[in-house]
Ligand binder design. Sequence first.
Ligand code: DP6
Length: 332
Amino acid sequence: MNGKMRAVARAYSNIALIKYWGKRDANLNLPAVGSISMTLAKLETISEVRFREDLSQDLVIINGRKAEPSEADRVSRFLNVVRARAGLKFYADVSSRNNFPTGAGLASSASAFASLALAGSHAAGLHLNATELSILARQGSGSAARSIFGGFVEMKVGHKKDGSDCYAVQLKDERYWDVCLLIAITSEKKKEIGSTYGMEHTARTSPYYNQWVRKHPLAIEEMRQAIEEKNFTKLGELSEASCLQMHALALSSTPGIIYWNAATLECIHTIKELRQHGCEVYFTIDAGPQVKAICLSPEIEKVKIALENTAGVLRVISSELGAGATILESNP
Ligand code: DP6
């Protein structure tokens, strides 16, 4: 059996247009709100998992280096879920590689845990369908549940206590619409406050948290409609509103969390100016200082040049919609 329990999988990252922020159950990692995202073709994680009889602990390598204890621990806890489900006792050799900066608000946990869910379950001999994979990936990271699918994806908030109705579904595949995303990198540093802690802190201390949770279903409904109608203006306006509300929550917690730097704000102004001059582009920002610009493909070059010329921007990555997670190699 040794040497055969191996699989390699690829998953693309995703960016939420309607944000997930807050959990209703931290142990099962159940979100307090649904979310809608775009999967991105240019940001990928490739993970290899090999279960081995001869290991006395999991060995986790991220981007060619031994993972930090907290990261290795998170991967091991995730593999425990896979092991429990497969009735497997062996530890694993895990190697994960991103083609983009890790932990800087570029949703590395999304592609990381989606690729781990797929590679890990295959290597363990489990044959899960897409819904089961999404539920599994969610237990590693909420946003990872969405990266199982390509195109536009909705994460269902679910209502059941065991999380069995809390998974992502594809709204439209990657060929549906030429919506693109440009990421203005304003810092290559690892973010100081991860989303898991940021959410928990916000839920505990922001006076606006309950209102966010209550109003959220409407934002989901409106975004679903904007995508269905291919109404780009509506998609953009809803994205900016959800982003600003999420950051307003973080700012209103005690002590307040500020994910932005000076260049983040500069980019917001660049995007608003472009819009005033007839170039339709909108922004969204996650738990870090990078700014993501959303536009249709004919506008990419103009937006790229404007962001590259914005003070504090280090580089710009652009991406069209990407596909769902796939197995690259497996030895069943
Ligand atoms: C701001 O999925 O990283 O990117 O479930 O604790 O791993 P955990 O959180 P994570 O949070 C993502 C937060 C966000 C918004 C989003 O992607 O919906």
